[in-house]
Ligand binder design. Sequence first.
Ligand code: HEC
Ligand code: HEC
Length: 397
Amino acid sequence: MSITVLYIICTKSFYIIDFKLNLKSINMKETITRGSFLKRSAVFTLGATAIATGAGLLIPKSAKANTNRAWPWPYVTLDPELARIRAHDDFWGGNACCYGVFNGVISLLKDAIGEPYDTFPTELMIFGHGGGAGWGATCGTINGGAGVISLVCAKADSDILVNELFGWYTQTSFPSTISNGYAMDHLFGIDKFDGDLVQTESGSPLCHSSVTKWCNEANIAVDALERKERCARSAGDVAAKVVELLNEHFAGTFEPGYVPPESIATCMACHGSTGTQHNVASKQECVSCHGENPHGTGVFVGKVKNFELSQNYPNPFNQATTFEFSLTQPEKVTLVIYSLNGEQIKTLVSDQKFSEGKQTLKWDGRNEFGVNASPGMYIYRFKAGDSMKSLSMMKMK
Ligand code: HEC
Ligand code: HEC
């Protein structure tokens, strides 16, 4: 088995220094200690320093000279897998997730470039553990990763990369299969637990959501060793991602991959900066906290009373029912039927233009697939322009 320790990209050519560790020939425990990794990578530190300062590529103009600490600070291409191992091990050093990711990457830069990375204590990131001293707010791994990004990128680029990191985090299962594999093969320097761990996706940047979903899925208590190891492996995953993003960014090959869930756009159409409410600034998935039907039923939501919606008839009903509404002016109308647990059952019309006056729409009781929906309570949400209202109904057969 071999591990590529460091890549260095130069202006004219592409060098890959492939340092092969023959794991079979070295004592296992000796191979995986952090100290021995550092010793092994030390030989490249010299090379990296020489090439980084000589070629100047990847180093922002403002910080070209090593002694110049002007922000943003210099960056050289790093090995994501080394960052994964260091972040995992730094988690266990006692300062946890946020520090783990931050120091995991910064220590590589320190090895490669030295000044200015040896001029400040990376312990400044300790605060982020447990989502901020245990508050369960922003996950410390992405907080630490974002700190690295903002140190080496000016605001515009930093915002793009941090957005990508947070978005990726919400849609990724942790710990990754790679990190689970490293632990099982004893490739991390600190070996607290070498079993496979359940993987969960949180849909949220919150420590609380991420940790608790995992604990429930794994059926493991929040203060158990396995949960901590889960966060240590996740720190490794995030550190590796940060390095990948920065490598791509400085090589000019970065392409955003995060696509926000559609439901956010639905809410932000009214609550965002271009909507009628104009009172929410967030990229988090709204429905995970507010539910699919945040406005309750029977409440008119809107600034201008541009429609009347009456109760469907008949209600309760067997197979078919009719919705009657009237518009004070021509509007785009959407009528969607949901089950009580928020599942979308049928869209009767979507952004369809209706003229003013009285109108009716009919539902045959069938879902999007033409199958008769099961008996029970349903909610229908009616939207005309920027206003809306939800009501409930009872299907008998
Ligand atoms: C069609 C425009 C519109 C859309 C779409 C919309 N809202 Fe609202 N929302 C409003 C308006 C208007 C109010 C203010 C209601 C009031 O003051 O009574 C409101 C109020 C709220 C409130 C405050 C609680 C309340 O009932 O007053 C929450 C929470 C909320 N919206 C969340 C959401 C979420 C989450 C979504 C997406 C699933 C969403 N909204 C989609 C227009 C909208
Ligand atoms: C992590 C959970 C969470 C997420 C995600 C979230 N919210 Fe909220 N939101 C809250 C909490 C908590 C409050 C405060 C509620 C209170 O004090 O009554 C709130 C308040 C609001 C309010 C004002 C409610 C009021 O009583 O006036 C609106 C509107 C709202 N959120 C819309 C949104 C929208 C739109 C999104 C998606 C972009 C969103 N929220 C995402 C938790 C969340």
